[in-house]
Design a protein around this ligand. Structure first.
Ligand code: AMP
Length: 473
């Protein structure tokens, strides 16, 4: 049987980086033609076994950048040679899926392990001794403590989103895990085991942002000379500049109607609506459903298998609007997300960047809308300062703000979804905060709103099947 007739041509640009044929075939199937910048930078030294600190913007192919060298260098049949630590369950599933996809023509197997899933179910897969383990720290420690896995063969350690992994919340777990990897503990304690000491694990730590403090911590676990590789543009603050970003002035009681109007005008291919609370996500999803807009919700109250199911449906275009809490914002990697809607503006501006970073991945087009209440000017200003640009105001054509409904009290939570209707009032759309406090160069006082006025079309599941299939899996 001839391979040539069955498979797309292998990507020569990856071959030039030293990537082996079995992996090139996987890349061809995944339609990776040219390496992204971080891949070009990272793959050759990673194949040489150098310890690497890699920085590149969200969605620019970091997974394959560390996944390809591991797939290439791992030995068939030796359990747990690579341990890839990630901060969320969703990311564990995604990184594992990407490695499986790229490695489909290699004999190397990968298994995801994460909390919330029955340990017995994971044991079934671990019994076969997969070479690669992708996991969240808590579950990995659990598996080690129960002696279900051991680190005798570990040769590669990856911290994905290293900024988050070495942040206070995870730091102790990471220290615990890394201290069990050969060669790493002694370095942490200051005694380098340069040369001679036999096999030691190669470290590859990657992230969109790496502060000085994180770098200092990370280097404790790495062997010098560490190669620090920064993809062009990675250290320019925002990862969101290609996204067309707007804010919409909306009071809490108007936000749901605004959301509906915006979805109708924009008719997104794939949208994520972010809310601050789980309850808010639930309520919005319920209300959109009642209004005939096909959507699902994802948040921490859902069982893991439900979350996996929702993400699968979203990825495959079964529905086009996902209502999510921030839990999901780091983990979601779905190609072609066209719209991010911040129903609740995040208090932490970094969260805004993570949310908006879910769109415009790998250079795709994206739009982000943020609903801003009158008293949330400071939050908007903080975001503008962080991303170093002024976010223009927009208005949805035909949408008229209304006065507070009769059941309104100021104590309502951010994700208030009204049940009643109220009469329209004049739409002022004034800027919700003092321009003097805004980002540099702001001339927002005179700013004219961008009018969102695409002709209303059917939204939700009624998007024709042929349009849904244009996205990658
Ligand atoms: P990542 O940053 O690893 O989460 O990747 C973001 C998205 O880009 C994923 O859907 C990858 O499958 C895809 N991707 C990564 N590298 C490439 C490449 N060289 N060519 C095309 N797509 C890629």
């Amino acid at each position: 049987m001839s391979d040539k007739t069955e498979h797309p041509p292998v990507p020569a640009a990856f071959a030039a980086l030293g990537v082996r044929n079995s992996i090139l075939r996987g890349l061809a199937e995944a339609k990776f033609e040219t390496p992204s910048e971080i891949q070009s930078l990272l793959i050759p030294p990673a194949l040489q076994g150098v310890d690497l600190l890699g920085q590149a913007r969200t969605g620019t192919g970091k997974t394959a950048a560390f996944g390809i060298p591991i797939l290439q260098r791992a030995e068939k049949g030796l359990a747990t040679q690579a341990i890839i630590l990630v901060p969320t369950r969703e990311l564990a599933v995604q990184v594992d899926a990407e490695i499986k996809r790229i490695g489909q023509f290699t004999p190397i197997r990968s298994v995801p392990v994460y909390g919330g899933q029955k340990i017995m179910a994971q044991m079934k897969f671990l019994k076969h001794g997969p070479e690669i383990l992708v996991g969240t720290p808590g579950r990995v420690i659990d598996l080690l403590d129960r002696r279900i896995i051991n680190f005798n063969n570990v040769r590669f350690v990856v911290l994905d989103e290293v900024d988050r992994m070495l942040d206070i919340g995870f730091r102790d777990d990471i220290r615990n895990i890394l201290s069990r990897v050969k060669g790493i503990r002694s370095q942490e304690e200051g005694a380098r085991d340069e040369g001679g000491g036999g096999a030691r694990a190669q470290t590859m730590f990657v992230s969109a942002t790496i502060s000085e403090e994180i770098e200092r911590l990370a280097r404790k676990y790495m062997r010098e000379p560490v190669e620090k590789l920064i993809a062009p543009g990675a250290d320019e603050k925002p990862t969101v500049e290609e996204v067309a970003q707007y804010y919409l002035s909306a009071e809490p009681w108007d936000k749901y109607r605004m959301l509906r109007a915006l979805l109708e005008k924009e008719n997104p291919d794939l949208a994520i609506v972010f809310t601050r609370t789980k309850r808010g996500a639930e309520k919005i999803a319920k209300r959109l459903h009642a209004d005939g807009i096909e959507c699902r919700e994802i948040h921490g109250n859902l069982a893991q298998n439900k979350r996996d199911h929702v993400m699968k449906g979203f990825r495959h275009g079964k529905f086009d609007v996902l209502i999510a809490t921030d839990l999901a914002s780091r983990g979601i990697d779905v190609a072609d997300i066209s719209h991010i809607i911040n129903y609740d503006i995040p208090e932490d501006p970094e969260v805004y960047v993570h949310r908006v970073g879910r769109t415009a991945r790998m250079g795709a087009q994206g739009k982000a809308f943020t609903f801003v209440q009158k008293d949330q000017g400071d939050e908007l200003t903080k975001i503008e300062n962080l991303i170093n640009m002024v976010i223009p105001v927009a208005k949805v054509e035909g949408f008229e703000p209304r006065p507070p409904p009769a059941d309104w009290t100021d104590a309502k939570p951010g994700s208030y979804v009204p049940t009643g209707e109220a009469k329209p009032v004049v739409n002022r759309f004034e800027r919700a905060y003092s321009p003097s406090a805004g980002a540099s160069g702001s001339s927002s006082a005179a700013q004219q709103p961008v009018v969102i006025q695409a002709p209303p079309r059917t939204i939700g599941s009624k998007i024709p099947i042929n349009r849904r299939h244009k996205r990658r899996r």
